[in-house]
Design a protein around this ligand. Structure first.
Ligand code: SAM
Length: 279
């Protein structure tokens, strides 16, 4: 039976609040899983199981799938669509309310994330798995195309922002596929894209990760202000110190934060660290 029929049969009503736009095309779903590089050795965490279509495509390739779903109304639907799969476990919980360490304990080893993310919490979910866990190998997510472009942006471009540098600091993001809005049920107002992030926490050997994150936040605090001004405000330092720091990093004290690439941010973090500036 097609997913749409199962949804109707179970009297399921889409809940906009949960960002419910389902993918049903089997070829497309298989292609996402293939590009995610999932193999029979992988344990995969799926966030937002929906009707279980992506879950099934992952389960065909992975050793084990642990899916999280917030909407209890999907329980009877998933009981039908996934009942024949032995390597799938669904946890009916709000993933954002779970401690990352509890998710890690539940999984009991390294894992990859594959998800068609609810748009309203895309960034918090990404940052949760990128920043709070050391057990993640890769994250392959379907997101609004605008978010995909931000994740993969070049320094200095209009799409470049704090999330670009935060992700690039610990991984390599790549846009692997566009998905037309018509492929979703119901269709949203924007197109989507799939981004794969290969995690590499040692990419830059960042000495103080909390400070690095603070530095990135600070640089994008006010896009119209220079980096010197943002540093002065955020770290409560005088102009002379802020200028010295920016000159050491970029050779030009008048730059804005958005022109700094990830390595510049790493260097900025070290300049602040060696001056023992508190934040
Ligand atoms: N994976 C399915 C697919 O590709 O068709 C569904 C994707 S749909 C965009 C997002 C799903 O995430 C919905 O089923 C929604 O109920 C669920 N969801 C939303 N917020 C959630 C949360 N905080 N924790 C767990 N699941 C959530």
């Amino acid at each position: 039976m097609q997913l749409k029929e199962v949804l109707i049969k179970n009297g399921f009503h889409f809940n906009k609040r949960y960002g419910q736009n389902f993918l049903t095309d089997t070829n497309l779903l298989r292609s996402i899983v293939e590009k995610a590089g999932i193999t029979e050795n992988d344990t995969v965490v799926e966030i937002g199981v929906g009707g279980g279509t992506l879950t099934r495509a992952i389960a065909e390739k992975a050793k084990r799938v642990i899916g999280f779903e917030i909407d209890l109304n999907l329980k009877p639907v998933l009981a039908e669509t996934l009942s024949d799969l032995e390597n799938v476990e669904i946890i009916y919980k709000d993933v954002m309310k779970m401690k990352t360490e509890d998710i890690e304990t539940l999984i009991g080893g390294r894992f990859s994330v594959v998800a068609n993310l609810p748009y309203y919490i895309t960034t918090p979910i990404l940052m949760k798995f990128i920043e709070e866990s050391d057990m993640v190998d890769s994250i392959t997510v379907t997101v609004q195309e605008e978010v995909a472009d931000r994740l993969c942006a070049r320094a200095g471009s209009s799409e470049y922002g704090a999330i670009t540098a935060s992700v690039d600091a610990v991984g390599n993001a790549q846009k692997i596929m566009r998905i037309d809005r018509k492929m979703f049920y119901p269709a949203p107002n924007v197109d989507s894209a799939v981004v794969k992030i290969d995690i590499d926490k040692n990419k830059y050997n960042i000495k103080d990760m909390l400070l690095f994150r603070a530095v990135v936040r600070c640089a994008f605090l006010s896009r119209r202000k220079t980096l010197v001004n943002n540093l002065m405000m955020y770290f409560k330092i005088d102009r002379k110190t802020a200028e010295e720091i920016v000159l050491n990093v970029k050779g030009d004290a008048s730059v804005r934060g958005e022109v700094l690439n990830t390595l510049d941010f790493v260097n900025l973090q070290e300049e602040i660290l060696k001056r023992n500036i508190k934040f």
